[in-house]
Design a protein around this ligand. Structure first.
Ligand code: NAD
Length: 422
């Protein structure tokens, strides 16, 4: 049982320190030398840009934008763009580093990066969002490209945002669809990219249920986040027979013990901009959402939501990390102590980057894949990664996250040694 002092120490870690704490648990098992740890943990390039923007009102505002490239030893950097007030250098650094470990784990030939702008896109007009995106692309133009760094969507960015990124980059470099993934299908986006992360979450949830003796058809699922990841995961799990009993978003949460009709909930959310008020449901506070009894809990919104306090109260058997870094280091220690199995973000939500890889390949080869091929290859990739992680966890008698990091660090360290350390 971790002491209160140890939990307090873990809870004081920043998001980036939390990822490095996860890294170190695996590096200890691998006996990784101190110098290699330092090299592998820290980003190789960080760009912070100021983006002055004339708002529709005529007033000027200045936004902070970031692009952080963590590692490129296995291929061009890859990672999303997030538009949210919480975006800062620590958060982007942590998310960039998670991308390195994620791309290595599913063995797609990319490194890790992340970017974002500290802003509240819901309070901006479409024109303002477009001008902000274009100005940001001009500011980071020097360090992105189809063979250097390839952005993608993340929180509050969409296929439309990616279309602006592609257009702005192409204005300088000629038509370059491969500079960004998650584009609309009309602009070289891949079939199956829109729901790829949610589909990957579903594939992993099913695999974990099988591996840990849960019958998905009898399982109750609680989900936080009903955006790109959460809504598709909810739909596909619902179609697989799971009972989604509670769903939350930024505005509130809803509960129905008999299971929510996810198709109707998606239509309600599209019209009202929130899940709250969905007929036939009881409203829940964010705290109540996480305390709802279930077999499978899927955080698919923001980071750091399951802290030590909440981890002591969740009533679930499995946590599937649809979001990036949704559990704090203290929360993780408590979940482990309580015997609750967590499937880590770098495995559970890797479906997006896997299909981003397929999109990039399609753009470079100028050949479109059928959706069926995308789905078959996605499933194969996710199940292979799940099998490898479960095997290492078993062999080394460790948790799934540490096992996933053992595998990822192995791949990245091998590439780094071969390219420039040996
Ligand atoms: P999104 O913007 O499409 O949706 C975010 C959802 O979270 C919305 O339903 C929003 O209402 C909800 N939310 C925001 N703040 C909240 C709060 N304080 N409390 C409760 N709910 C809140 O974003 P997304 O693309 O679905 O990303 C969700 C998570 O998944 C993020 O952690 C992201 O990094 C991760 N992720 C996304 C992808 C992808 O392909 N989009 C891939 C891998 C990981």
């Amino acid at each position: 049982m971790p002491t209160a002092k140890e939990i307090a120490r873990l809870e004081s870690l920043s998001t980036y320190q939390t990822v490095n704490h996860q890294f170190d648990r695996a590096a200890d098992l691998l006996d990784l030398p101190a110098a290699e740890r330092t090299i592998l943990k820290s980003p190789f390039r960080e760009l912070k840009v100021e983006i002055p923007l004339k708002m529709d009102s005529g007033d000027w505002r200045v936004f902070n934008g970031y692009r952080i490239q963590h590692d490129n030893s296995r291929g061009p950097c890859k990672g999303g763009l997030r538009y949210h007030p919480s975006v800062d250098d620590d958060e982007v650094r942590a998310l960039a580093s998670l991308m390195t470990w994620k791309t290595a784990l599913v063995d797609v030939p990319f490194g890790g990066a992340k970017g974002g702008i500290a802003c509240e896109p819901q309070k901006m007009s479409n024109d303002e969002r477009q001008r902000l995106t274009r100005a940001f692309v001009r500011a980071i133009d020097d360090i992105i490209g189809p063979h250097t760094d390839i952005p993608a969507p993340d929180v509050n960015t969409s296929a439309q945002t990616m279309a602006w990124v592609m257009d702005e980059y192409s204005a300088r470099h000629g038509y370059t669809p491969a500079v960004v993934t998650g584009k609309p299908v009309h602009l070289g986006g891949s079939f199956g990219r829109e729901d790829a992360t949610g589909r990957g979450v579903t594939i992993i949830t099913k695999a974990a249920a099988r591996a840990f003796g849960l019958n998905l058809r009898e399982a109750r699922v609680v989900l936080q986040g009903f955006g790109n990841v959460g809504s598709h995961a909810a739909r596909l799990l619902h179609e697989s027979g799971a009972k989604i009993v509670a769903v939350g978003d930024a505005h509130g949460a809803v509960f129905n013990a008999d299971g929510l009709d996810i198709t109707a909930l998606a239509a309600h959310s599209a019209i009202n901009g929130k899940v709250g008020g969905f007929p036939g449901t009881t409203p829940l506070s964010p705290q109540q959402l996480f305390e709802t009894e279930c077999e499978i809990l899927i955080p698919a919104a923001l980071g750091g939501v399951i802290d030590a306090d909440l981890a002591a109260k969740v009533k679930t058997k499995l946590v599937i990390e649809g979001a990036n870094a949704p559990v704090t280091a203290g929360g993780e220690a408590i979940l482990r102590e309580r015997g609750i199995i967590s499937v880590p973000d770098i495995l559970a939500n890797a479906g997006g980057v896997v299909v981003s890889y397929f999109e990039w390949v399609q753009n470079l080869t100028e050949f479109r894949w059928k959706e069926e091929r995308v789905q078959v290859e996605l499933e194969e990739t996710m199940l292979r990664a799940f099998g490898e992680v479960a095997h290492v966890a078993d062999k080394r008698d460790t948790d799934l996250r540490t096992a996933a990091f053992v595998l990822s660090i192995g791949h990245v360290a091998a590439a780094s040694r071969l390219r420039w350390m040996n």
